[in-house]
Design a protein around this ligand. Sequence first.
Ligand code: ATP
Ligand code: MG
Length: 355
Amino acid sequence: MQTLLTSYANSETTLERLSAICTTKFDEMDQTIALKRDQRDAEILAIFRTNRGKALTDEANVFFSGIIGRADDRLTSGVAEQSANSGWLRLVSAIGGLVIVAVVGGAAYGAARYTRELRDTRDEVNALNSQLEQRVATRTEDLAKARDRAEVLLSEVNHRVANSLALVSSLVNLQSKAVGDRASKDALAETQDRIFAISLVHRRLYGSSDVRSVDLDAYLTGLLDHLRTSMRSQVHGISLSYNIEPIDLETDTSINLGVVVTELVTNAFKYAYPDGVGEIRVRLSKLAGEQAELVVEDDGVGKADGAPAKGTGVGSRIIIAMCISLGAKIDYRNLQPGTAAHLVFSTKPRRVIAA
Ligand SMILES: Nc1ncnc2c1ncn2[C@@H]1O[C@H](COP(=O)(O)OP(=O)(O)OP(=O)(O)O)[C@@H](O)[C@H]1O
Ligand SMILES: [Mg+2]
């Protein structure tokens, strides 16, 4: 009862009064039961007639109805509060649900937009790529055509240079026939051989698929055959043999080497065998480290160091100039008998030209 009345105003007074009513009522009941046991009915009747017990019960009923009514009110307000709370809960849940739907919807929309943009960008990149590939293909085709044209042109130029040099050689030949003295005739004949050495490179390049390098094997073989024919018309008893390894050499380097070979072989023909009988050997071999060695040797009288030139001495100057171009140094060895000229040079391409 005390627990029930805690939230009531004047709960202590009410509880005291209720307790007094109950005590009085129970006392009256005890008294009545005791009188009945003694069969004192008249006294019991007198107590009933006072109507005090009923009045106490009515008063207690009033208190109890009040308490019950207030408990009901509390219950009703609790239920109303709960119902209000559940209404709030529903509202908050609904708002929360809406927020979640909005966030998820926004994220899904963003993802879809991002995906679409990515797809569009990819399509653009693909389109650009194919345009670029098309352009590169066209450009490559143009470049290939231009390169083919340039090669044809270069081949034509080489042909014309070779023909022009042949014409110069014919002029020198005409001149040598016109001069009277032997020394001038020989000098002009040697000049003709030098011109031939150069023209032969251009002749070999004409029609070649690669105009940047010369096949030394074929070039030097042609040059030495020409020198043999040319010199043997003067010195019949001298033989010329050669052993050339197949080497590809840049055009300019090949011309330098061809001129050196011409000078060395011509000198050997002219000076090694005063009695006009002997052998000249030419070797070209590959060495390690992209190098090659040219050797022109004879078994003749030997080249005297520091002795004055028997002819004009132009040959030695030409050899020095060619060696500078080749980045090499010539080395004369005394074979006793004979002379061996050694020339080591690099076969590495000096200029890298785009293919
Ligand atoms: N293989 C050789 N054997 C003997 N002597 C040589 C040999 N090679 C060169 N000589 C000597 O070296 C000299 C110089 O040669 P170089 O080629 O410079 O001049 P040249 O041949 O006399 O004149 P040019 O080359 O102008 O006709 C020659 O005169 C010759 O005496
Ligand atoms: Mg000479």
